[in-house]
Design a protein around this ligand. Structure first.
Ligand code: DGY
Length: 324
């Protein structure tokens, strides 16, 4: 069987795939166009793609042989899963292995904004530090504050649990009750509006779906405290970026730590100029260990799917159940 890989991923995954299949990998370290992906998928049984690839209906129907799409990511909002399901194509993703790594990045961003780490680094390197001063670069305490988690799934839960050492009051918004957070942290499930008005620090951990698009807009930003910090390691379009720029510029909130952007890889020019925003290049899962585990997981999903087995992590298992 043949598979197409849209961009180089860690070798551990490629080697696993090569043991079983003929593997064609995009050798250029860049995002392919839709046209190039359609060309690449021709004659292939499997497609291993990234979150930067638009896997829409045109790509999905381009090759009738296609049986499996494995994404090297946990989020799969860039894949038309409904179209894949209609075509009988299994879709696999990589949950779990990046949970702690992503949660750690959310904390890194939170501390960077609260303690003005990036701003302080720039200031110091620019030769502006002329000695300790009572009001130099003042930030905000993290300990004993109220932490708001929007989306208490795997990553949101891991992020919240890491707050234990900082003795925080934890609020969360989710469709389901999270007994781990309630038992281990005494966390309280609340409505979004209460979380926004009560939290000092808010971290987003929801998948991108039509109902989470612009979940945080002008109205929501206005509800936040003046000292609030907003962290986003989920997907960019969950925040209305224009509204966020306004909120940061006009100091409705203290700051924001962002790993993802509404029109990625484009970033609002004004956002780049703001000292109260810390920006990362969508690298929350970017550690050597985690990216290797993701590559292995994506390969294992592909192998299982093309061998007629249920991929260990499948987002449309109903296809497999129908087939068997
Ligand atoms: C994902 O997996 O969805 C992250 O955004 C990148 O690893």
């Amino acid at each position: 069987m043949n598979i197409f890989v849209t961009r180089k991923i860690p070798d551990a995954g490629i080697q696993l795939l090569k043991k079983k299949f003929d593997v064609e990998t995009n050798q250029e370290d860049r995002i392919l166009t839709k046209k190039e992906i359609i060309k690449g998928v021709k004659g292939k049984d499997g497609l291993l793609c990234l979150l930067t690839d638009q896997i829409d209906r045109d790509v999905i129907v381009a090759e009738p042989k296609l049986k499996m799409i494995s994404i090297y990511a946990v989020g799969y909002n860039n894949i038309d899963v409904q179209a894949a399901t209609e075509q009988g194509i299994l879709v696999g993703n990589t949950p779990g292995v990046l949970t702690d790594t992503t949660a750690e990045m959310a904390w890194a961003l939170l501390f960077s904004v609260a303690r003005r780490i990036v701003e302080g680094d720039r200031f110091t390197r620019a030769g502006k530090f002329h000695g300790w001063a009572p009001s130099l670069m003042l930030g905000q305490d993290v300990s004993n504050k109220t932490l708001g988690i929007i989306g208490a799934g795997k990553i949101g839960t891991a992020f919240a649990l890491k707050s234990k050492g900082f003795n925080m009051n934890v609020l969360y918004v989710d469709e389901q009750k999270n007994t781990i957070l309630e038992q281990k942290l005494g966390a309280k499930k609340v409505e979004l509006s209460e979380l926004l008005t009560q939290s000092d620090y808010i971290s987003l951990h929801v998948p991108l779906r039509p109902k989470t698009h612009h979940l945080i807009g002008e109205k929501e930003l206005h509800k936040m405290k003046k000292n609030a910090i907003l962290i986003n390691t989920s997907r960019g379009p969950v925040i209305d970026e224009k509204a966020l720029v306004k909120a940061l510029k006009e100091r409705w909130i203290f700051g924001a730590g962002l790993d993802v952007y509404e029109h990625e890889p484009k970033i609002n020019e004004q956002l780049k100029k703001l000292d109260n925003a810390v920006l990362q290049p969508h690298s929350a899962s970017g550690t050597i260990e985690t990216r290797t585990k993701m590559a292995i997981m994506a390969a294992e999903n592909m192998i299982a799917g093309l061998q007629g087995k249920m991929p260990p992590n499948c987002v449309n298992p109903e296809i497999f159940q129908k087939r068997n």
